[in-house]
Design a protein around this ligand. Structure first.
Ligand SMILES: Nc1ncnc2c1ncn2[C@@H]1O[C@H](COP(=O)(O)OP(=O)(O)O)[C@@H](O)[C@H]1O
Ligand SMILES: [Mg+2]
Length: 235
């Protein structure tokens, strides 16, 4: 459970994500999707209950361990990059500062990742000079620099121009093809259908339905899932 000032924003949430699984979370604005992701990675502490990352757990009293935290990469809707730093520094800052990689290692890893997101020519650019789509590609590279086992995406394309959305979705798709475990909050329903092993519908702080994409989109069981899907334009 997660409360803000006695207001319960996550209630009775019970969710297992298996290794290699892609879980897509959908639901109306304010339903607790971001809070769920933030609680999973320890960005928000939980009020009660527990989170297990493999055999490591954390609770209201025991904070997330550094080891568990490092297994997870997080991609935010609004990128959360350091705008005044270069692309390279954004990617290498944390691994170098936390002594996970040497300066040389960090740079080599950053260059490999920049190739993957097709931005190697921007390595020395200031992040502030990049487009939204480019910023998100850098944010993905930054999250991958620490070799996470789990990637969490919180509406990674919601702040982007329509023509750049596809680029980001393709990168995420490629990542899923490598077997990466992922939890993705998105409103891109056709993408969700294509990529998800299971889809979760959240409303009012609760998980109301968990199903295969086929079942959830074509034969939703819960009336609120049906109402939500009917309200949005998709596919
Ligand atoms: N830092 C915060 N302080 C107080 N309330 C918050 C905070 N973050 C989120 N909330 C509230 O928690 C609820 C769920 O928010 P959120 O997880 O952002 O929903 P979603 O991502 O599904 O739009 C909302 O009612 C929101 O106002
Ligand atoms: Mg959100």
């Amino acid at each position: 459970m997660k409360s803000f000032d006695n207001e319960e924003v996550l209630r009775g949430v019970d969710l297992t994500v298996n290794r290699g699984e892609v879980v897509v979370v959908i639901g109306p604005s304010g339903s607790g999707k971001s809070t769920l992701l933030r609680c999973l990675i320890g960005l928000n502490d939980i009020t009660s209950g527990e989170v297990w990352i493999e055999d490591d757990n954390f609770t209201n009293e025991v904070p997330v361990s550094i080891a568990a935290r490092r297994k997870m990469g997080f991609v935010f809707q609004h990128f959360n990059l350091f705008p005044n730093l270069s692309v390279l520094d954004n990617i290498t800052l944390s691994p170098i500062k936390n002594k996970i990689q040497t300066v040389t290692e960090a740079k080599t890893i950053a260059m490999e990742l920049l190739k993957k997101v097709k931005l190697e020519d921007k390595i020395n650019s200031a992040v502030s000079s990049l487009s939204g789509g480019e910023k998100q590609r850098i944010a993905i590279a930054r999250a991958l620099a620490l070799s996470p086992e789990i990637m969490l995406f919180d509406e990674p394309t919601s702040a982007l121009d329509p023509e750049t959305v596809k680029d980001i979705l393709n990168i995420i798709k490629k990542l899923s093809d490598t077997g990466m475990t992922m939890v993705i909050v998105t409103h891109e329903m056709s993408f969700a259908k294509e990529i998800a092993d299971k889809v979760i519908f959240m409303d009012d702080g609760q998980i109301l339905e968990v199903n295969s994409p086929d079942k959830l989109f074509n034969r939703p069981q819960n009336q609120r899932t049906k109402d939500f899907l009917n309200k949005i334009i998709y596919m």
